[in-house]
Design a binder for this molecule. Structure first.
Ligand SMILES: Nc1ncnc2c1ncn2[C@@H]1O[C@H](COP(=O)(O)OP(=O)(O)O)[C@@H](O)[C@H]1O
Ligand SMILES: [Mg+2]
Length: 231
């Protein structure tokens, strides 16, 4: 079985299948470097979680564990979802530089997800309009600025109609106004479409008045998990 999907482990923990992920005392080492250390965390359906912490704290490593790209060195990850339903916006975005933004978005098209091409195009155009990049979708990625690339990567991820979105610093190269646009969009998907969002960021400004959950890492350790107003 690939990735984090470990159906056979369901019966061992008694959480009544309510969670999407349960990380049980996770450690992750790269050689001698311990990137994550004794992390225990439960993520429930519909959660919107900000993963915070300084550069090097372990945010990207944790997202890669949840995505199934890495396996923990110690501890166990219980996943209640198939990784087909997980979309990821990587820190380095992974767009095709020589293609236009629009061409990149077509990579999200999957006939098993959309009844017609028109339905895909309609969703795509809605997202393009919401993020205000309509006039720039014909640009090649190599000509696009960082903010535009981040928006394109996010749209591509959402067009795969995921149940869970793992996003690594999706507002990194955006100004305040555009960062808020992304925040509002993800909040909309979270509230209206029950998308579970796990979002790594060190944009403290954005999460100051945030009603959801913060998971804060320091040197690979989970030092806070709870409401944003207490940090
Ligand atoms: N592939 C890798 N090989 C070796 N060390 C790594 C690798 N990826 C990350 N690290 C190290 O692991 C720690 C956590 O990194 P990372 O998960 O990228 O943190 P963050 O995303 O919070 O900046 C850092 O010390 C980083 O240098
Ligand atoms: Mg990172």
């Amino acid at each position: 079985m690939r990735g984090v999907f470990q159906r056979e482990n369901r019966s061992r923990i008694n959480l009544k299948d309510q969670f999407i992920y349960h990380l049980d005392n996770i450690g992750l080492s790269y050689g001698r470097l311990k990137a994550l250390n004794q992390v225990t965390l439960t993520i429930n359906p519909g959660d919107m979680i900000f993963l915070t912490g300084k550069s090097g704290a372990g945010k990207t490593s944790l997202l890669n564990l949840l995505a199934g790209h890495l396996r923990p060195t110690s501890g166990k990850i219980y996943g209640m979802t198939d990784e087909r339903f997980v979309a990821q916006v990587f820190q380095d975005l992974k767009l095709f530089d020589d293609l236009t933004i629009e061409e990149n978005l077509w990579y999200a098209y999957d006939r098993s997800l959309y009844k017609t091409k028109a339905e895909f195009i309609s969703d795509r155009n809605e997202l393009i309009a919401l993020l205000g990049i309509k006039d720039r979708v014909h640009l090649k990625v190599s000509q696009a600025n960082g903010g535009l690339k981040h928006k394109a990567a996010l749209i591509r991820a959402l067009l795969t109609r995921p149940q869970i979105l793992l996003a690594d610093e999706p507002t990194a190269s955006l100004d305040k106004e555009n960062a808020h646009k992304i925040f509002d969009l993800l909040n909309f998907y979270n509230v209206k479409r029950n998308l579970t969002v796990i979002w790594a960021t060190h944009n403290r400004e954005l999460i100051k008045n945030f009603p959801g959950k913060i998971v804060h890492l320091e040197n690979g350790k989970l030092v806070y998990s709870g409401h944003a107003c207490f940090i």
